[in-house]
Design a protein around this ligand. Structure first.
Ligand code: NAI
Ligand code: 15L
Length: 272
């Protein structure tokens, strides 16, 4: 795959989108930005003026002429089933249809650790979690990411549209919890991983875990490394401070039993 020049970045106003808007241009990409919320500092660059994933025409216009899509937009936490369906299932379908109709060859899809959130955390000398571990969603949100990975596989098998599904751990400027010492994806490593996912040859549909080279890593980065991803960051320098402030997880706390953490145990927090 020749390095794509023009990349549509959906969810550009969000946390990861904001970080990637700053970091991806250094790899030579010209970003086209899409979000339903205003993208601070880049109003002129937003195509289709505050486009929602529900708007098929706006999406089609947004993808026209781009070489690839980094799809971050959507509901990023647990919500009502209806809201999740609208943005993460119907909206995702609209993105894939727009890409198919406009001949865009590759999508990098922001999947999540919550697609496999009920997977038990490895303890002691347990092997790390392989990328082909069964889906075990911990929320409607995680369930939508499982659907997204299957949709990606379907569009590859049926239409030859390639996807790298990145099961992102926790992508924030710094790790802020003991759990994140295992899951952290530094912004710089996120940009490295997205660049690898955009440029690797013949990915078909590839699923990778998205974390930095954390000392306390729970999952297997080999499918990401096979794309050319070489993480350079490690959460370990933050460990002493975080553990001193928060303590180590208690072995009998159910929120600490699975990789999805509190997503596995907290009751829904949205109004019914
Ligand atoms: P975020 O919630 O900060 O950003 C999501 C963006 O999508 C927002 O700017 C929002 O306005 C936009 N959006 C939501 N629904 C939309 C719609 N219907 N039409 C157009 N735009 C819409 O989320 P964040 O943290 O930046 O995550 C980005 C992606 O990565 C999400 O898909 C999330 O599920 C995934 N992810 C993020 C992780 C993280 O650590 N930040 C971990 C795992 C997955
Ligand atoms: C996610 O999927 C969320 O989008 C993000 O906000 C974090 O909660 C992250 O997972 C995590 O598990 O830390």
């Amino acid at each position: 795959m020749p390095t794509p020049r023009t990349v549509l970045l959906t969810g550009a106003a969000g946390g990861v989108g904001t970080l990637m808007r700053e970091l991806l241009p250094a790899y030579g990409y010209e970003l086209r930005l899409l979000d339903r919320a205003p993208v601070e500092g880049a109003p002129d660059a937003v195509v289709a003026d505050l486009a929602d994933l529900a708007d098929r025409e706006a999406l089609r216009e947004a993808v026209r002429g781009v070489d690839a899509i980094v799809h971050l937009a959507g509901i990023s936490l647990e919500s009502t089933f209806e809201k999740i369906v609208a943005a993460n299932i119907t909206g995702l379908h609209h993105v894939y249809e727009a890409a198919r109709e406009e001949g865009v060859g590759r999508i990098v899809f922001a999947s999540s650790n919550h697609a496999v959130g009920f997977t038990p955390r490895p303890r002691g000398h347990d092997p790390v979690i392989p990328v082909d571990t069964p889906h075990r969603p911990d929320t409607f949100y995680g369930l939508s990411k499982c659907f997204g990975e299957d949709l990606a596989q379907f569009y590859w098998d049926k239409h030859g549209l390639e996807t790298v599904s990145v099961r992102i751990g926790s992508c924030f400027p710094e790790p802020t919890s003991v759990r994140m010492l295992s899951m952290w994806l530094s912004p710089a490593d996120c940009a490295r991983l997205l660049h690898a996912a955009l440029t690797a040859e013949g990915v078909g549909h590839t699923v990778v875990y998205g974390s930095s080279a954390n000392t306390r890593l729970w999952w297997d980065l080999s499918s990401a490394r096979a794309l050319g991803y070489e993480p350079r960051d490690d959460s370990e320098p933050y460990a002493e401070g975080i553990i001193a402030a928060q303590g180590l997880p208690k072995a009998d706390d159910p929120a600490d039993a699975h990789i999805g953490g509190h997503f596995c145990t907290e009751p829904p927090r949205w109004p019914h």
